[in-house]
Each structure stands twice: as C-alpha cells, then as structure tokens.
Design a protein around this ligand. Sequence first.
Ligand code: ADP
Length: 567
Amino acid sequence: MTFKQPLVLPPGVDASHFEAYLEAVTEVIGSENVTVITSEDVLDKESYLDPSKAHDMFNVFDKDYFIASAVVAPRKVTDVQAIMRLCNEFKVPVWPFSIGRNVGYGGAAPRVPGSIGLDMGRNMNKVLEVSEQNAYCLLEPGVTYQDLYDHLVEKKLNDKLWIDVPDLGGGSVLGNCIERGVGYTPYGDHFMMHCGMEIVLPSGELVRTGMGAMPNPSASSADGTVDEQPGNRCWQLFNYGYGPYHDGIFSQSNYGVVVKMGMWLMPNPGGFQPYLITFERDEDLPQIVERIRQLRLAMVLMNVPSIRHILLDAAVMGTKRSYKDVNRPLTEEELVQIQNQLGIGRWNFYGALYGPEVMRNAQWEVIKGTFGQIPGSKFFWPEEGKKSPGVLDIRAKTFAGIPSTDELKWVDWLPNGAHLFFSPISEITGDAANLQYSITKKRVLEAGFDFIGTFTIGMREMHHIVCLVFDRKDTEQRNRVHNLIRTLIQDCAAHGWGEYRTHLALMDQIAGTYSWNDHALLKFSETLKNAIDPNGILAPGKNGVWPSSYSKSEWQLTAASSLQRRC
Ligand code: ADP
C-alpha cells in the first residue's frame, strides 16, 4: 500500500518510515480508519458542528502549525494498545482526542506538529452501562453530552437521571471530564463526579483505577479479552480503591489514553426553578461576589451559578455590528445603551433552585433577601409562553442538564469569529474579583477588543472565563490576541493567579507560572512522564510536560516564537 505524503511529517521521521508505520497501523485497524492529512482542504473546516479532527479551527498560529500528519481511529481497546506499541516501535508521537470540540483550547490538534491524531471517538462511542439504582453511567470516549442525553431519553430514564452539561453539548463527556471542564448543576465539577477509569498506558498496558483494579469474580467475555470484561461491582461507586489514588494524573496529562470512564448522574431532584438576577452597575461586582461566597459555602446555592458580563449575553443575542458598527471597543455609554436595549444588567447572575417546592421556596427567600440588598437588583423567572430576558431560556436548559449549542453564537460577535479562552482561577471575594476583572478588562480594551467574560462559581473558587473573540482571517488581529493572552497570563501570575486550562500555544507559558520551589511540581511531572513513557510518544508537551526525548528549550513556544515553526 502506498500512502500520500502528509502536509507535515512527525518530527525526525522521513516519508518511508512514516509509510511503514502507517502500513503497520492499517493492518491493525483497516484502511477505512486511517486518514493521511495530505491537502489543505481539511484546513477549511471551521464549524463546531463539523469539527476538524486534524487542526485547530480557532488558530492563533498559522492554520498548518498545530496539525496532525494522519488521523487513526481505533475500533476497540486492543487496537489502542496495538497503536501505542507501534508508536513506541516507530518512535512516532501520538495525540489522543475524543471528539475535537475543545474549541478555544486547540480542538483536536496536537501540540507537536505532525503527530498522529488518535481519534478515540469515531468508533469507540458506546454508552456501556447506565445504573438507574446507583445513578451512574460507564462511557467510551466518543459519547457526547447529546448522545448520553439521547440515550437516557431512548431508555426512558431522562426523567429519573439528569446529566450535567457544559455550555455546549457536542463535546465528549469523558474528554471534558479529563480536561477538568465544568457544568452548572450541583454536579458541575465534572472530575469530582467521575468514578473509575480504564486506561491504556503509553507502553500499551491496560489498567483500571480505584475499585476497578479488583477483578470481577464472575467476569468472562465472549472473546476472552480483558478490556471487555465487566468491572468490579463497586468500580463506579467508590473512587479511591486502595493505595495511591491515581485518577488525577490521567487528567490534563500525557500519561495514558483513557478508554472508559464512569460518571455519576444526578437523580431527578424533584423540582427545579431557574432564575436570573440582574445588577445595573459595573461596580456592583464585589458586592455580588461577597454575597455569593456566603451562600455558596453554606450550600444555599446548590449548583454552579455564573455571573455574566453584559457583552457575553449581548453576543449570544446579536453580533457586534447589530448593536454598533465600529472597529474599536465599545464605550461605557454604549454598554449602558445595550443594557437598556436588552433589558438586562451590567452583570447577570444565572442560577437555579433544586428540590421539592418547600425547599426551593426557602432557598429563594434567602437568595432574594441577600441579593435584594444591592440597589437596582431585579429578579426573573421564566414565564410560560413568554420569552425570558437575557439568555435565561438557554441557561434554563443547561441547569436542567439538557444539552444545547445555543451559546455558540457569541463567537460570531466579530466577523469570522474565533476565540481563545483566558481562564484564571480567583478567590470568591469581592476584592479579588474586582482586581482580576479590572486587570483583564484594562488589557483587553488596550488591545482593541471588547471585554466578554463570566465568573463560574465552584465550591471555594471562581473560574473567571474571559472570552477573547477575534477575526481568524485577520493575521494582525490574531497576533494581537496572542500577545494579549500572553500579557494576561503574566499579569495574573504577578498577582498569584494561575489558569486552570489553556490553548496549545500557551501551555508552556502557563506551566512556567506554576513555579513554586524552583518548578518542583513540573519537575515531578517530568519524572513521572519519563518513567511511564520513556520514548516520549504520548502527547509530548501537553500542558507543558515534555519528555526527555524532546529538547524542551527548542520546543517551548514563547512570545518570540515565529508564527510558523515547522519542525
Ligand atoms: P471535546 O470532548 O470537548 O470534544 P477533545 O476530544 O478535543 O474535547 O479532548 C480535549 C483534550 O482532552 C484532547 O486534546 C486531549 O488532550 C484530551 N483527551 C481527550 N480524550 C482523551 C482520551 N480518551 N485519552 C486521553 N486524553 C484525551
């Protein structure tokens, strides 16, 4: 079999070696599951609804920098094991992804140009189990939030078991969880709610974590393969098992390919009421946040609520041009006009009450009493047959665990809209929120963009998500947004704030900011990497962790990196 030359070869691999590798992989999974990225056509994919499996659709670098040489799609766990062994044999880097809708963070694209993309979602997309009694599911990587929801509807379980969805419902449940993504119900911290993993290590060995390491005495599978055998009876019930707890090291990491994962589902709470509270003034932010902390820590706020800046809602409801056709950031007066036009606040707090009516009424009284002390606050519930203010109707679905893609619209704020997320963690205090907001807003405006952001409130912290929208076809804007995010990372680090997740282009910089005690944590991650993956084949450079087979100083991307660094 002859393969066409890819646009980009893996580093240090010549065409004949690459071809030999692909031949060996094709023998395992069949040619229908091997795609060489040979032409620019694939780079035209730009839609979340039909995402690229080979490059970053929201590119800050040139489109053909973060790009795979070929995409291979295993059909089952033993295929993943065989592919890992071949990657070791041929010394070819491989980048796993589940769906590739990780937009804003790099999508399906690999960190090292020319890596093999390991498409875990194309064939391995089954809901393996749903336990109604114990409220959990066991999933393969290709199951999206929408798939899981459809499955529950089909099995008539959606009234009994709720899922927790992020803003967009097209991504992989497993992929989002191991990237430590969040949703908005009481089960919003996805990694906290996972239970049990099955992982192919870079060597090809297969492990189950937690109680999954106990064999199931009655286990046997049709073809005798270990991966098909049912798990231990408590695998999806108790996370920690016995001995060191390993699950965390398989999140945001390059230590293994996750092939199965358990997730807890929320039993129908017996009642639900979404709400919106609007606040008029920019300077209300600290007062809102101080009140939120008290109620969140006391669990009166049971779910993950969010405080959204006016322009995030405005961008879901229209394009920038539809409000004001200008090529500069909107002014304070223009923001007030938009607020008045949309009938919402400068800050819009979306939350939901869960539980039987008597519980909800009690919670609502406390919430109303607490936020009602802020002058100008207004309270809304969706009303039958009426369109709700802001994005309350969309949030109502999300708070009930119903997947949607409505929030995609804010990316079209600018023509050819793409976005990068800047996502620092903040304390839930008025002072911290205010300082982080003023630092980021100032830089965003200086760079000529509009501030679009939201604070998502966890158990003890807030994820401050700043949405940096830019025109992907405008090279000058791309450069500007790239410099902006690098400055934001520096500014926040100078105040002791780090980001929880990032785009491929910024992974090294952010890893560098987690530097306590002479980068002890990163050194420990590298030690683990070299032990688990001595050939450095699995996702080299992910989250700034480079194996020793790569020269870190050559591979690290910095502000000075040229826009296109071919290997
Ligand atoms: P989404 O679920 O939002 O579509 P992706 O599938 O793109 O997200 O996954 C996001 C990132 O998570 C990937 O780039 C990769 O680093 C990691 N990842 C996803 N799935 C797996 C997996 N099965 N095993 C290991 N890492 C994975």
